[in-house]
Design a protein. Structure first.
Length: 150
């Protein structure tokens, strides 16, 4: 069977649609669905300031990237200097005493406290206690399409 010019043109015109569908299917495979993270299965990795248990760093159905981890911070330590980023995050204190830089002020946080770091706000965290502090971090990057409209 010989390919005609017409066949070639139809194939070329259909290619962008086929590639788009293929790319969308590939993206769907990486989107995180319902997941349970078992504390006993979280593997701690030593850091210079304590340890971290990484849970995920993945797109979801509504955000470009969801990143979650649990940090154990040694007394007197800070995981990094105060900084800013476009993504928003929650910090949920589990154990210990820390301070968070929020709205230009250092504020004490204890077990059960929740910190929200807004997009592009200067924020920091430090352990002010005499024991290790443990806290959960939930960090999400905006949907690029929605961010572009704002």
């Amino acid at each position: 069977m010989e390919m005609t010019r017409r066949d070639m043109m139809v194939g070329l015109l259909a290619m962008p649609s086929a590639l788009t569908v293929s790319a969308m299917a590939a993206d769907d495979q990486h989107i995180m669905g319902p997941t349970v993270f078992d504390w006993n299965e979280m593997k701690p990795v030593k850091t210079a300031t304590g340890e971290v248990r990484s849970l995920c760093k993945s797109p979801t159905a509504t955000v470009d990237q969801l990143e979650m981890h649990v940090t154990t911070l040694n007394p007197g330590q800070s995981p990094h200097p105060p900084h800013r980023h476009v993504n928003e995050e929650l910090i949920i204190m589990r154990e210990g005493e820390c301070e968070t830089l929020s709205n230009g002020k250092w504020v004490k946080v204890s077990p059960g406290s929740v910190v929200f770091n807004a997009s592009n706000s200067l924020h920091g965290f430090r352990n002010i206690g005499t024991t290790s502090a443990v806290y959960h971090v939930i960090n999400w990057s905006p949907n690029k399409e929605l961010a572009a409209k704002k």
